[in-house]
Ligand binder design. Structure first.
Ligand SMILES: [Zn+2]
Length: 317
């Protein structure tokens, strides 16, 4: 499956491939003898990722595949790129090494989120507070916990370019997943990550989703405000997370019957956890489930993210 794509040239050697929200951005770093790509989108778009990366390589070999973190929408194209470019190196955050080595779908969150990611292997690890050279460019690696405790972000000092992934978007940041387990340290971790970004003073930020942006001060201010809100209302963030997970699923399947969606929701561990939490019981009955899901879908419909019609749910991306 393909998604409409567009490309933004951040500098002569850095290009961003953007494709809606289901697949993260892929950042193409071009050198004289090879090309590196940071983040590879969702599995559903893997074939398209290979085509786009091949085109961006323009005859040069793909020498590195790099992942800021291992959420399914950031590394779903890894396996296909490894098959298309067998000599490529694959770099992942060091804290995720064991989970990938043993393909622990639990630790990698693919089971909990009900998302898919084809298995891949890695060759190199990204260590925070070190630098690496890919495609003639030197990138500094920073820990970026909050959204994902194991995530990193990448900074290129020459052009002051930051690849922030889901730690900072133009308007906010990704769900603070540890909060789903009531791990409130994620809020401090996210605040610390935003402070690191402020200290780096990037001129351009390439987020995991959405176009690159220059108004870094504005984005940081919005993100800090959001963090304050989450700290004051963690339950609302958990509710937001439930809507995000449902919306992500709907972006993949586009349209499905309400009963099928209800079954998927009940079978998805993170959503089970959130429902139990919000309904205040480990064994919500069918009516409680139905009402909880109906409330979430009404919210999504109200935001015009989905459409509800006679037993069917349609994604409006
Ligand atoms: Zn993420």
């Amino acid at each position: 499956m393909t998604s409409s794509s567009c490309a933004a040239q951040v500098s002569p050697h850095i290009k961003v491939l953007e494709r809606g929200w289901l697949s993260s951005n892929s950042v193409v770093l071009r050198g004289t003898a090879g090309v590196a790509v940071v983040d590879t989108g969702y599995a559903l778009h893997a074939e398209q990722t290979v085509d786009l990366v091949k085109a961006a390589c323009g005859g040069l070999p793909l020498t590195q595949v790099v992942n800021t973190h291992l959420h399914s929408d950031h590394c779903g194209g890894n396996a296909a790129l490894q098959a298309a470019f067998p000599d490529t190196e694959t770099w992942i955050p060091s804290r995720s090494a064991d989970a990938v080595r043993h393909w622990n779908a639990e630790a990698l969150t693919y089971r909990a989120t009900g998302q898919q990611c084809p298995r891949f292997a890695f060759t190199h690890l990204l260590q925070a507070d070190t630098s690496v050279q890919w495609a003639d460019q030197v990138w500094d690696i920073y820990a970026a916990p909050g959204h994902d405790p194991d995530a990193v972000m990448l900074f290129e000092p020459q052009t002051a370019t930051l690849i922030s992934a889901d730690a900072l978007w133009h308007d906010g940041f990704g769900v603070l997943f540890p909060l789903l387990h009531h791990d409130h340290s994620a809020i401090d971790a996210a605040r610390h990550t935003l402070q690191t970004i402020a200290q780096l003073q990037p001129k351009v930020v390439i987020p995991g989703h959405g176009p690159p942006f220059n108004d870094v001060q504005g984005a940081l201010a919005r993100a800090n405000e959001r963090l304050k809100f989450i700290a004051a209302h963690p339950d609302k963030h958990r509710l937001h997370a439930a809507r995000v997970l449902i919306k992500f699923h709907l972006m993949q399947v586009k349209r499905l019957q309400m009963d099928t969606l209800a079954r998927w929701v009940r079978d998805t561990p993170y959503l089970q956890l959130l429902a139990q939490d919000m309904l205040g019981t480990s064994y919500p009955d069918a009516t409680a489930w139905q009402e909880w899901l109906a409330g979430l879908l009404d919210d999504l419909a109200h935001k015009q993210a989905i459409e509800l019609t006679e037993g069917w749910v349609t994604d409006l991306t």
